[in-house]
Design a protein around this ligand. Sequence first.
Ligand SMILES: Nc1ncnc2c1ncn2[C@@H]1O[C@H](COP(=O)(O)OP(=O)(O)OP(=O)(O)O)[C@@H](O)[C@H]1O
Length: 241
Amino acid sequence: MNQIASPRLAELPALELKGAVFTHRGQTLLGPLDLRLAGCRCTLVMGPNGAGKSLLLRLAHGLLAPSLGQVRWAGKPPRQAMVFQRPVLLKRSALANLTYALAVNGTPRRLRRPRAREALERFGLAALEKRPARVLSGGEQQRLALARAWLLDPEVLFLDEPTSALDPAAILAVERAVQEFHARGTRILMSSHDLHQARRLADDVLFLCRGRLVEHSPATTFFTTPATAQAGAFIRGELVL
Ligand SMILES: Nc1ncnc2c1ncn2[C@@H]1O[C@H](COP(=O)(O)OP(=O)(O)OP(=O)(O)O)[C@@H](O)[C@H]1O
């Protein structure tokens, strides 16, 4: 995707990881990681199963604290939202999931329904507003999660394998949504296994293997001339452990 130069991005702080490590019961699962993400990029986090992609996203979003080192914003922490592989939705209607998010966000009551309906419309869910969110299909649930994130107008959006359980049409809908967020000036940090998806979306790629950051390159470089044998093997579809 093209990098966005939106006025609001002038103040979007960089995300900095300095010697960040995440351990569990004495075992290092991630790190040490040194990394700086700046600008309005769409960054794809790639790597084999268990490489630490989800952990990195959760650390970056503040859902986990590093066991060692630092994860910080070089400035005022931006508005953030996160979309998970399995959407976390309330046991309420699709519309009520959105109006609830707006209420938590402090949106005045009279504005909640119109805004929620606008978001449902944008994500192709208008006809489903009364349906209980938890009976929606996987693709519909993911679009609802994206609609909820959209309403929060995040400056940074984290997505953890948002399409891994979806069919091609639903994948396309999610990718279009990601592109719309990005076009609106939202920085994207998204994990994916899917090389084709990464080629379609990524400005740059973070390649993780066994909890270590093996490569951080512009997408064009990563896919054509990866710097490491591990990334090369991953791109060729060979088994990378
Ligand atoms: N809360 C946790 N407690 C203990 N171990 C964890 C925890 N979260 C993740 N791990 C372990 O850390 C490693 C990295 O996990 P993570 O989910 O980040 O990998 P991933 O790259 O996202 O994998 P996948 O592609 O399979 O989703 C794995 O070995 C996992 O079992």
